[in-house]
Design a protein around this ligand. Structure first.
Ligand code: SR1
Ligand code: MG
Length: 402
């Protein structure tokens, strides 16, 4: 057994060299630590003479974004590796190939996706991804249906869920998404001009009731194996290809949490158009592209999930007339509520998004932040009344046109 320690670049090279079938035996390897996320080390190991490369991702025993005062279990590296293997089986081609998982050193060696761009950055640069809705709805429908009680043996699901008990990472979500934004917490971080908006969030009892109900679902509703952190920074993309990465927050939770994460990040980018679009016409077109994508994702997800249910549904009682429609209505409502919570946390909570924070002009940034907060709080407050994806889009459009 190797004692855990943070890897250095030479050790990452030695690990990568051991993976068979990637690098030529002769030929130097070079390595750069490229991790820019909140939690992990990420080494890019490449062989200039052949162009071959892999990623060695290692968990640190604390949250990198905060420091050693916030310890985190290394078990998340095992969870990430095992989630990727399940997702690859259920949604082939939509996650990176895993070459090796090491539990002692808490690293995963995986396919290098440098030919892709992180979707958040791609969107900021004006990228259009015509296959994204098709790909991400495949990923969501396949991974969520086949790990739910609808699509797998209910006994096997209970046994599988033991491998995805993820208390430290769930605690991050419980605090940073479902608690801290709604109180004057030390972890919160927001521009001074948002003080009044933040105080209104902290005082809004009706909003808190909806957040409490969503939080209860996150805590108790073990519906399917979630990715758990499916924002646009967890997606590598090109016009032809989509790869979902980083499922270290994976656990058995409510399906709408994953769908809501994707939609929330498209809506954050929608709010960011105050800056990223050149003029009013371009802004309206870009926003239309984003809301079309939101619509396409839900409609394709709904169709694919229902088709899987019809073809692979495991039991008789789940085929009771009316149950499928009721289930899908509740998924859409959860999607709206979780999307709202994920928008709000990115404006006033600990971890923000470049779509908003990289807006240089404070007045424009403030407008985008207020818009995001208005969209997020409306989605949270109205989630239990939502019956159609059009209502989610109308909320965003009515805020941006106000
Ligand atoms: C302390 S970690 C902050 C955030 O980064 C991750 O990507 C998750 O979204 C988490 O909430
Ligand atoms: Mg991540």
């Amino acid at each position: 057994m190797t004692q855990y320690h943070p890897l250095n670049e030479q050790e990452a090279i030695a690990i990568a060299r051991n993976i068979s079938g990637i690098f030529a035996a002769e030929g130097e390897l070079s390595c750069r630590e490229i991790g820019d996320g909140n939690l992990n080390l990420v080494f890019h190991v490449s062989q200039p003479s052949t162009g071959a490369s892999v990623i060695v991702k290692q968990a640190l025993p604390y949250a990198k974004v905060v420091g050693e005062s916030w310890p985190l279990s290394l078990d998340r590296a095992r969870i990430e590796g095992e989630a990727l293997i399940i997702q690859d089986r259920l949604a082939p081609g939509l996650v990176p190939t895993v070459h090796q998982v090491d539990h002692d050193l808490a690293f995963t060696v995986m396919e290098d996706l440098s030919s892709h761009v992180i979707m958040r950055q791609g969107l900021i640069e004006g990228g259009v991804y015509p296959l994204f809705a098709e790909h991400i709805s495949d990923f969501l429908a396949q991974t969520l249906f086949f790990t739910s009680d609808l699509g797998m043996s209910q006994q096997e699901k209970k046994l599988l869920s033991r491998s995805f008990v993820n208390p430290d990472l769930c605690k991050i979500t419980e605090d940073l998404i479902f608690d801290h934004p709604y109180t004057n917490a030390d972890t919160n971080s927001f521009d001074a001009h948002l003080q009044g908006e933040a105080e209104r969030l902290w005082a809004d009892a009706g909003l808190h009731l909806e957040v409490a109900l969503l939080r209860e679902k996150f805590l108790t509703h073990a519906q399917a194996l979630l990715h758990g952190d499916l924002h646009t920074g967890s997606i590598f993309i090109t016009e032809q290809s989509t790869k979902v990465i980083d499922p270290e927050f994976a656990y058995f939770g409510p399906i709408g949490f994953d769908i809501g994460a994707v939609i929330a990040n498209l809506l954050l980018h929608y709010a960011g158009q105050e800056h990223w679009s050149a003029d009013a016409k371009a802004r309206a077109e870009r926003r239309r592209y984003l809301t079309d994508t939101v619509r396409d994702i839900w409609i394709a997800f709904d169709r694919k999930f229902r088709a899987l249910w019809q073809e692979h549904g495991t039991d008789r009682i789940a085929k009771t007339v009316g149950y499928e429609d009721d289930y899908m209505r509740r998924l859409l409502q959860d999607t709206a509520g979780f999307a709202g919570a994920k928008v709000v946390r990115r404006i006033v909570g600990l971890a923000h998004v470049a779509d908003i924070d990289k807006i240089p002009d404070p007045a424009v940034r403030s407008k985008a932040q207020r818009m995001a907060l208005a969209i997020g709080t409306a989605l949270i407050k109205r989630n239990r009344q939502i019956t159609s994806i059009e209502q989610i889009i109308e909320i965003a459009d009515s805020v941006s046109e106000a």
